[in-house]
Design a protein around this ligand. Structure first.
Ligand code: CA
Length: 314
């Protein structure tokens, strides 16, 4: 038996963040969630750190430290996505306010202190929101960069292009300057772009499978994905909501479900038209060195089988 990967989940919950966190908390053989850091994104920071605690309580894991991080992007005003996630960020189920307190200290300092104190190459960062907290930590303490084992993130797009603007995916668009710092950091990066997340759709049958688990977690996930879905159905006419962020935690458990290419990814920070675009050299037409494993494909049935089986453990 292998030891579980130690991860910090950096998040802006978000229904799909919630599912990503639940999947990680349900998988202690593969994943040890040592902390959760909240960032402003889908909804403002006071809601994202509250939602992170609601999810820990739903999972019965009230001993996970949850830290509040940056409340705005590095260089621009915050853009949120209540049009997708609802006013609370977790619209759908009726979940109680958390009893869990926030852990004292800033998320950025927690990330820095943890990387300084743990052995080099043993901590994986899993950002599933805008990259503000991670970039701020790298700026404040460049010595931690070489200690990060890997960054596995949800963000960006190549073939699917944009979901918040014609050119940009939401997480990267909200804080492109932060994304630029992270992609230039030299840390090994795995990217879950829209190209793959738009292939894991919660169809009616998959939603029923969550509900049929019959537990509070199963029912809450069914209701969250149903809420999320109405937006995607209206917008894309797809068969169901894409489960963006859980791709990150599923990859930690079963990387074989995913396929991608090692490519160069640069972030557009200057253009008004394409700000936040992830320019991925998918066809290898430049000399720019590969800096990320850019995922493009997934075994969607395998993904949902894993997710349903794990959620039933909580
Ligand atoms: Ca998210």
């Amino acid at each position: 038996m292998t030891t579980p990967r130690k991860i910090i989940i950096d998040t802006d919950p978000g229904q799909d963040d919630a599912v990503a966190i639940l999947l990680a908390l349900a998988s202690p053989e593969e994943i040890e969630v040592i902390g959760i850091t909240a960032v402003a994104g889908n909804v403002p920071l006071p809601l994202t750190h509250k939602n992170a605690r609601i999810i820990c309580e739903l999972a019965g894991k009230t001993d996970i430290p949850v830290y509040a991080g940056c409340d705005r992007p590095l260089a621009h005003d915050l853009v949120t996505a209540e049009h997708v996630h609802g006013k609370t960020g977790l619209d759908g189920p009726n979940l109680p306010d958390p009893q869990m307190q926030l852990t004292d200290g800033h998320a950025v300092d927690y990330i820095i202190d943890t990387l300084r104190h743990e052995p080099s190459g043993t901590i994986t960062l899993c950002p599933i929101g805008p990259l503000t907290n991670i970039a701020t930590a790298f700026q404040k303490a460049p010595d931690i960069i070489e200690k990060v084992q890997e960054i596995i993130l949800m963000g960006g797009a190549y073939f699917e292009v944009g979901n918040i603007t014609p050119a940009a995916e939401f997480n990267i668009y909200v804080d492109p300057e932060a994304a630029d710092i992270v992609f230039k950091s030299g840390v090994p990066i795995v990217v879950m772009p829209l190209d793959v997340t738009h292939k894991v759709l919660v169809t009616k049958q998959r939603n029923d499978a969550f509900r049929n688990i019959g537990t509070p977690v199963g029912i809450a996930v069914a209701k969250m994905t149903e809420f999320f879905e109405r937006f995607d159905k209206e917008k894309y006419g797809s068969e169901g909501a894409p489960l963006h962020d859980p791709c990150v935690t599923a990859y930690l458990i079963k990387p074989d479900l995913f396929k991608g290419r090692h490519v160069n990814v640069e972030i557009e920070t200057n253009s008004d038209l394409t700000r936040g675009m992830t320019v991925a050299d998918w066809w290898d037409v430049t000399d720019r060195p590969a800096n990320a494993l850019f995922i493009g494909d997934v075994d969607a049935d395998g993904f949902f089988a894993l997710l349903t089986e794990r959620l039933a453990r909580l």
